[in-house]
Design a protein around this ligand. Sequence first.
Ligand code: ADE
Ligand code: ZN
Length: 335
Amino acid sequence: KEMHNFLKELPKCEHHVHLEGTLEPDLLFPLAKRNKIELPADFPKTPEELHIRYDNFENLDDFLHFYYIGMGVLITEQDFFDLAWSYFVKAKNDGVWHAETFFDPQGHTERGIKMETVVNGFNRAAEKAQAELGISTKLIMCLLKHLPVPNGMETLKAATGFYKQGLIHGLGLDSSELPFPPKLFTECYSYAAENFGEDVGLTAHAGEEGGPEYITQTLDLLKATRIDHGVNSYKDDAVMERLARENVMLTLCPLSNVKLQVVEDVAELPVMKWLEVGVPFSINSDDPAYFGGYILDNYVVMHTRFGFDLNTWGKIAKFGVDGSWISSERKKKIH
Ligand code: ADE
Ligand code: ZN
């Protein structure tokens, strides 16, 4: 109980949460109804049934199937606003000071939704979160690895104006991992680096189901400065040492890793090895509506498995602040 309060009060920064992954079953069904979206015939019929299905994902792709059906109920700017706002309220309650949130524009433009509908809805929620909750935020657009690279390039070009206006701050890469190595997207990342301003943040999902070579490609070819997940880094000592030396933060999502069967239990994550070698990491929620817990739940499960002392928790909180894409003044405020 005391520890729970300590972890709640600990100033947290979230770097790995997909806004579409915060769509709770309790909101999914009413939105489907309101927007007259017909869910697939074999889709669970109630939030209770859907929660049960969510407890039984076989792997990343099995989850993604539900994730893309779920986001299909989001149509209007208000839907995107409501989704993000309810996430920010939960984040505030969990003790989040700064949130860098992912979204998947192609998951919406492929369905005929305009990118500006998505970006404006999310940004209105982000502005309200800054004004009313005091949370600083950044929006990171991700490209979907299962879609063709030219589609990704087109999406990037369409997003240029949003970067220039300061409405989007970073580029990520997500979706299905194994058949789509990061190197495929080299052109997309160099386009972003050249066209979106020098402080554009570059990150990518790598080493969740893919091996450590996916992490190496992400650093060498995409020039990313963070790695989302990066669990499989432990399989290559040279990669571990490089992450430590180059101060590349892993954005870990422990509950996600269990639900998607990356590990059987959080205790299997090579956390002590990362600490020993000096690989910085943050603790995040990924798709909390699908994986049964928000950021504080992820902190709590890490504590129950690893029993960090206060000193180590201080160090982890500092990794998160230092690895955030924020000004040094904002970092000082959070520290
Ligand atoms: N999209 C949403 N969550 C994801 C994850 N954990 N890995 C890859 N793509 C995702
Ligand atoms: Zn993710």
